[in-house]
Design a protein around this ligand. Sequence first.
Ligand code: ASP
Length: 344
Amino acid sequence: MNRRKFIHLSALTAPLLTAKNVIANNKTAVTKPIVISTWDSGMPVNAEAWKILSANGTALDAVEAGAKHIENEINCCVGIGGYPDRDGIVTLDSCIMDHNANCGAVAGIERIKHPVSVARMVMEKTPHVILVGAGAQQFAVENGFKLEPETLSESAKKAYDQWLKKSEYKPVINIENIPQGQEPKKQNGPFAPNFFDDGSANHDTMGLVAMDASGNLSGAVTTSGMAFKIHGRVGDSPIIGAGLFVDNEVGAATSSGTGEEVIRICGTHLVVEFMRQGMAPELACKKAVERIVKRDKEKAKTLQVGFLAMNKKGEYGAYAIQKGFVFSVKSNSENKIHPSKFLL
Ligand code: ASP
């Protein structure tokens, strides 16, 4: 089910989901292992991670497998099938972090199918944290990753052609509220991004964090970033402390939305620090969202950012600026999509 469709459905079923239920869910300690991920597209991602977690595998292997799963979806929003930048080039951002604060990332990498695995290799095989652009690609190829063709996926080509009609540079993440009188255009495949007549596109960064049976946390993020961005633009997703942060004593957090706003406040690091102070994951995410909104409330009305976090007890929560952010949870006791609360 694509996200916009889910939002339609969730609006219909909203009365069933009382505030009390959401709070109760949020406070229920969940048996390890557990994996949570951004958006409804996190459901199959969680399922993949769960194969590893339920077989006593590590959270690190689980988050990599989950991220790779969505990177394989050719008509998806992340990976080489994602939307290109304004020059028609798909550039990918990804990072990974484990329970020992080991981390690796790639930014602006082109023509590589599994940026998350390159990020893991940066973490494990180099003394560095981030490789970018041509250097990241060179490192990947040297380490056996195949260079994929430059061609855009069917859905990306359609969206890009649409966008080219006006070529209007609007570097804002669209908000999930479907504009009045407009239906999202349907595309092929379960992960297919939708776009509207003006070419505005979904932003479906996959961020996931997992806790394994031994109680260790890891996280990963993978994305093609903001659609039709300036070539070379990097968002929050590959930045440790912005798009992802893991502290095995406290918890882990990830984000999706307008990366610039997340970077400005070191978003996921902030969320984890709020949890360190004793806040529940949902409240920690809310405080980070408030930090963004407080800086410029008018601007915030045009933005979307969602944070998603888990603490060491396996409690989880999310918060977004606007309505529409959803997240997916898989544990021994549940397998479902939750709507996030929102501020504006
Ligand atoms: N956070 C991503 C970025 O700014 C976009 C997204 O979440 O879709 O690149």
